[in-house]
Design a protein around this ligand. Structure first.
Ligand code: AKG
Ligand code: FE2
Length: 174
């Protein structure tokens, strides 16, 4: 759907062939005293699909910085755009900052399917998205090399307490 909306269907096979999938089950314990908030972040992968039990908790940050509570119906998935996809789209779609805020008396479980680019595949903005009005914003890069940088001591130290910095965009900005 995203590729179609940009007229980039021809890249579909290439992207599917260069994708790895990770399925993760996450447990968020009910808060012991007052509300508990998990770190806000943007996912650095391509796409994240989330499914949760009946306990809400996911919040998405709007452009003006407001936190919006997600209340998905029980038969729906939440789809988040990751920074890799945002970079591949030359920033045409943003990757939302999100966090989990736990309230109440019940544990929350969520299931996440994370799609990420395979090591060795070079993420490069398609030529179709670059022109005089839309200069290229990101350099071609290999996601695995980025992850090495991401987990390096330098970048860990650069993460300000309570604040999120986009390490992928810092890594490959032109
Ligand atoms: O559990 C959720 O709803 C969000 C999980 C999440 O943001 C993540 O694992 O990156
Ligand atoms: Fe996330």
């Amino acid at each position: 759907m995203i590729l179609e909306s940009f007229g980039l269907e021809k890249y579909m096979d290439e992207l599917i062939d260069s994708t790895n999938y990770q399925l993760r089950v996450m447990k968020y314990e009910k808060p012991k005293t007052k509300d508990s908030t998990h770190d806000a972040h943007c996912d650095s992968n391509m796409l994240t699909l989330l499914y949760q039990n009946e306990v809400n908790g996911l919040q998405i940050q709007s452009k003006d910085g407001e936190w919006i509570n997600m209340k998905p119906s029980p038969n729906s998935f939440i789809v988040l755009i990751g920074e890799s996809l945002s970079v591949w789209l030359n920033g045409r779609l943003p990757s939302p900052s999100h966090r989990v805020m736990m309230k109440g008396n019940e544990d929350r479980y969520s299931l996440g399917l994370f799609t990420r680019p395979r090591g060795g595949y070079v993420i490069k903005v398609p030529n179709e998205l670059v022109d005089d009005n839309n200069p290229i914003l990101f350099k071609p890069h290999d996601h695995e090399e980025f992850l090495k940088f991401y987990y390096s001591e330098i970048t860990q130290a650069a993460v300000k307490p309570g604040g999120y910095i986009s390490r992928l965009k810092a890594y490959c900005s032109v």
